[in-house]
Write a protein that binds this ligand. Structure first.
Ligand SMILES: [Zn+2]
Length: 354
């Protein structure tokens, strides 16, 4: 085997890594069970070498649940740059702009209201670490915001340029080398922080573009305070972190961010996610103050989570089966937010007749 092949071989092996948050070596980490088929692992081909499911551990020091062992950062970069990476395709429906605006409003409108209400921001400059095909920048642009962003998916990037006409969105993977032409008041990350292996590198990049006093809104998949089995399906080969608000605060506190508020399961369309708003005060807090008990975290994932999924199934179910319980779902929306119920009913009726 040539030295180059040997180097490639070494970089493609999955290996146990130190805790991505607190850097504790990984020898004594606790195992958590995921129980489901990892539908994403096939996308990574040789990187996992026949393994059928990603493995997840609880850090024995800080209690952070993360994907471990995992491919080396260099192997991931080679994979994403190589011919075996197949990016997602932008759905045909997105090209009908009225439909796309309505879809984006339904999907992200509540999150936007949450972030703006608790930050007190009405307009300003926003950077999206993208995963919304430009949808959130489009809605904020409609509200008078100056928008910036980055899209890793080539087809989503093309969509933002050719259909949405948002030239300040760039293409690529976010890193500490990513730059924007001006500092921003709000950074928006929807289900992307947990997809980056090196979260410290991401945070270094974010702090460089953040206006003092600005806000970071993060939505992360989570298996804590879950309402459905979707929570464990988030633990797949595409994902590296399962944040709680404690572990997210542990990370953010090292970069001068302080939590404003958080919410688990804020709306119906995407179950089992954590909404978290933090302010960039520049004050660095002690990350140890956010450590969680590793044993309690493991008990929560292995025992409490499946029990909650079972008990709450009639009310939340899974995306595919939830329709069977539509009357219950409708009653729950009506009970929790009558105005939202009327709005959704109207929009559903319009779609039926339109
Ligand atoms: Zn740790």
């Amino acid at each position: 085997m040539s030295s180059r092949t040997l180097a490639q071989h070494a970089s493609s092996r999955i290996a146990t890594v130190p805790c991505p948050l607190c850097a504790t070596p990984g020898e004594n980490f606790l195992c958590v069970r995921t129980r489901h088929t990892d539908s994403s692992i096939q996308k990574f081909g040789h990187l996992y070498r026949g393994t059928k499911s990603s493995e997840w551990r609880v850090c024995s020091t800080c209690g952070f649940v993360h994907h471990n062992p995992r491919p080396a950062q260099k192997a991931l970069e080679q994979f994403y740059a190589g011919p075996h990476y197949v990016p997602r395709v932008t759905p045909e429906a997105f090209h009908h702009m009225d439909w796309f605006r309505s879809f984006t409003q339904d999907y992200y409108g509540a999150k936007i209201e949450f972030a703006l209400k608790h930050s007190g921001l009405a307009t300003g400059k926003v950077f999206e670490l993208g995963n919304t095909s430009g949808g959130v920048p489009l809605l904020l642009n409609d509200r008078g915001w100056t928008v910036h962003g980055i899209e890793s998916c080539p087809s989503a990037y093309t969509f933002t340029q050719e259909r949405l006409k948002l030239p300040s969105i760039q293409q690529g993977f976010f890193s500490s080398n990513t730059r924007v032409p001006e500092k921003v008041d709000l950074i928006w990350i929807n289900h992307m922080l947990s997809q980056y292996s090196d979260v410290h590198d991401v945070m270094k990049g974010l702090t460089q573009m953040m206006q003092p006093g600005g806000y970071l809104f993060t939505v992360s998949p989570t298996c804590f305070h879950n309402v459905s089995a979707q929570s464990l399906r988030w633990m797949n080969a595409c994902t590296y972190s399962m944040f709680t608000h404690h572990s997210l605060n542990q990370l953010l506190s090292q970069y001068g961010f302080e939590e404003v508020t958080h919410l688990y399961n804020g709306f119906d369309l995407e179950k089992d996610d954590l909404w978290h708003l933090a302010r960039f005060t520049g004050r660095k807090l002690d990350p140890k103050s956010f450590y969680e008990s590793p044993g309690r975290v493991r008990f929560s994932v292995n025992v409490v989570n499946p029990l909650r999924s079972f008990l709450l199934f009639p009310f939340y179910g899974h995306h595919a089966t939830g329709k069977r319980f539509l009357p219950l779902r409708a009653a729950r929306v009506l009970f929790r937010n009558p105005r939202d119920f009327v709005r959704k009913l109207g929009s559903g009726l319009r779609r039926m007749v339109g």
